[in-house]
Unconditional design. Sequence first.
Length: 320
Amino acid sequence: MTSIDETTAAAGYRPLLFSIAYGMTGSVGDAEDIVQDAMLGLVKAKRSGTAVSNVKAYLTTAVTRLGINHLGSARVRRETYVGAWLPEPLVDSGPAEHAELADSLSMAFLVLLESLSPVERAVFMLREVFGYGYPEIAGLVGRSEANCRQIFTRARQRIHTGPPEAGSGARRAEAAELADRFFTAAAGGDIDVLMELLAPDVVLIGDGGGKAQALATPPVGRLAVARLFAGLFRRFLRIGVTLSPAWVNGQPGAVFRDAGDRVVAVMSLDVADGMVHVARSVVNPDKLGHLGPVSNLGLRREPDHMVRKEQPSNAARTVP
């Protein structure tokens, strides 16, 4: 039987296990399922009399291998995915909720990891993000230590980067303040302020999954992105969509909801050097359900939907 102490200890590993599973899959729902399956596996093992001397190692191994198996089937689906793929947004109430791993779970980093095979992704994350040694990784993925070293080197060469360094509290505060100015300017249709806050090569990436409105070609450049945001926010105001500031995958962003408090979209902003460099918007309804009821606004085809190019006015205001 599993003791109360063992059950409590196992529950205490959930944040770590979820972070590994989410980093592997890019899906909140799948990550939660994987962690739950690992927990159930531990209970079944104990009930059958299997000796589990290291609960953390047992659960980490289970989550890693379940994640690898999941990616094997998910890769086929993603090869036929319509448009840009982004991970399911991980929305926090504050920057400190996932502070230690927030940068390593950013949308930009998870998209980079999509180029790796399931085993490469597991080895790379365990080594680069979670700091596991090669002997430990070998046991987790079922490969030799030498092979894991080779896999890690190959994976790092393929993506040409590691996870971004964690930002300090001061930098996070600056990023949040810039995001607030950005959303305020967009709500007011203030093109001039938006141009000041956007990097010269800024890009807007939208994930609609073929089910919601998203731009086929991501707009690039200050003027194009500023005009699009001003027009988008004017439409949001007209149909009663409001936004709530949030931390999305460790970055400043917002959750957009319709008049019925249903989720329309989630956006994150890559902020550096006092400017927004990339805006990522998830509107695929399949990736928003974990945040609550999902709106059908993004599924409509209206003549003035968000992809329409038009000259915005400066009179719009938003509801914070």
